[in-house]
Design a protein around this ligand. Structure first.
Ligand code: SF4
Ligand code: MG
Length: 283
């Protein structure tokens, strides 16, 4: 069985020292080992942004995709090889701005993949512009007078879109994040994990200390039931979206693959998936 070290490769991340994305990478590697995967059983597909580099830093199949399009690619990978564990990843700009249409529909489609968003509430790769996750009043070079737009709530949107697994974590909390990724991989359906992952270079407001002061860990509520969708929505709103832990899980709904008629064993048995030799020569 592979250890987390076997999910490392020899590519040195070029994230800034202190960037939250380092811990997200380590958590994925640990979770993959903890659930018993081998590197060739995992595919990591990423979008564009600092966080998008993560697919190149993990010893697994990796694809650094295009902006906002990690999820269409990841869904294609999963449909082509349903034996693979597929993780899609990217930033808040990638997944909640240009990619939001894909995010909402991937959630309601409920393919068995895990989507990890590194949410730093800013565009880091392009040197610090306001993102859909930036707070109202947030000043950057794109909003010098302060943002006048409402901050998008990915957890509320995910629940409204019919998500079957919604979690949130903080990149400083390796233990919680690793456990949530393990639970997400084991969940039979689409899993969203939004991770507060500070950008130490461009976001001087939402810092590690700021998150430590503002995060509300679900451990504080021992009676909380993640199977209750209404309670989940209420708790998200009560905590202004700062909740961390497993917020919602529906274990009753089947995944897309388990429902699609074309993927039933009897349908697959009728399909001839081998390419004629002449077609191979053209590839
Ligand atoms: Fe991380 Fe920000 Fe540096 Fe990008 S710019 S690597 S998000 S700290
Ligand atoms: Mg970002």
């Amino acid at each position: 069985m592979a250890t987390f070290k076997e999910f490392r490769n020899n590519v040195k991340p070029n994230w800034c020292p202190g960037c939250g994305d380092f811990t997200v990478q380590a958590s994925i590697q640990r979770a993959a080992a903890n659930v018993g995967l081998e590197p060739e059983q995992l595919a990591v597909v990423s979008g564009i942004g600092c966080s998008g580099r993560i697919s190149g830093y993990i010893n697994a199949y990796g694809l650094h995709g295009i902006h906002g399009r990690a999820l269409p690619i990841a869904q294609g990978v999963k449909l082509a090889n349903r034996e693979l564990t597929v993780i899609a990843s990217g930033g808040d700009g990638d997944g909640f701005a240009i990619g939001m249409g894909h995010t909402v529909h991937a959630i309601r489609r409920n393919l068995d993949i895990t989507y990890i968003v590194m949410d730093n509430q800013i565009y880091g790769l392009t040197k610090g512009q306001t993102s859909p996750r930036s707070a109202e009043g947030f000043k950057t070079k794109s909003t010098p007078e302060g943002s006048i737009e409402t901050t998008l709530s990915p957890l509320e949107i995910a629940l409204s879109a019919g998500a079957t697994f919604v979690a949130q974590s903080f990149s400083s909390d390796l233990k919680q994040l690793t456990s949530l990724i393990e639970q997400a991989i084991r969940h039979k359906g689409f899993s969203l994990i939004n991770v507060f992952s500070p950008c130490v270079t461009f976001n001087k407001v939402n810092t590690y200390d700021w998150f430590k002061e503002n995060i509300v860990n679900l451990e504080q509520f021992p009676d909380y039931d993640p199977g209750n969708r209404i309670a989940a929505m209420t708790k998200i709103m009560e905590t202004n979206g700062m909740l961390t832990g497993l917020i919602y899980q529906d274990t009753t709904r089947k995944s897309y693959e388990d429902m699609a008629v074309g993927f039933k064993p009897e349908a697959l048995a009728k399909q001839d998936l081998t390419l004629p030799e002449a077609e191979f020569d053209k590839l």
